[in-house]
Design a protein around this ligand. Sequence first.
Ligand code: SF4
Ligand code: SF4
Length: 163
Amino acid sequence: MNNASEYIVNFARGTRSLLVGMRATLRVFFRAKTTERYPENRATLTMFDRFRGELVMLHDEQNYHRCTACGICEMNCPNGTLRVTSEWVVDEAGKKKKSLVEYQYDLGSCLFCQLCVRTCAQQALGFLPTFEHAVFTRGKLIHKLNREGSSLAPKPVAESHTV
Ligand code: SF4
Ligand code: SF4
């Protein structure tokens, strides 16, 4: 066999081998989709209840939160994801107490371990089941969790009992 014939035979063999290898890929490529429904079902897709998508600070209708700025969650976070900034204020009774200025959460470094939620004695935190968090820069994953104008919820007034 001369060089030209040998080249053609090898080329044919190589092409056949490639097509055999690609057979499964091509078959799946042209088949109607059966298992992948996202993102077409985006409008109706809901995650299961315990899915941890994003940490949030809970606020009520009056824009009150329950965070006392104690910093326990920040100390317990294994990944340095939280930053609690507080200031000292004097309340109506003349007592000095901490007040939350900013609660910062870096979604990009969160492990979703939920230690912060579990260790918060005030139950001030929770997780949302959101899952679409793609952004172009990491800085956009840093969120301020205390809402604008929110403040610490007043303590419930103890009921007075007359004997
Ligand atoms: S979220 Fe809870 S644990 Fe964290 S600083 Fe606020 S009160 Fe403390
Ligand atoms: S879920 Fe875990 S890693 Fe994420 S902020 Fe809370 S303690 Fe930190």
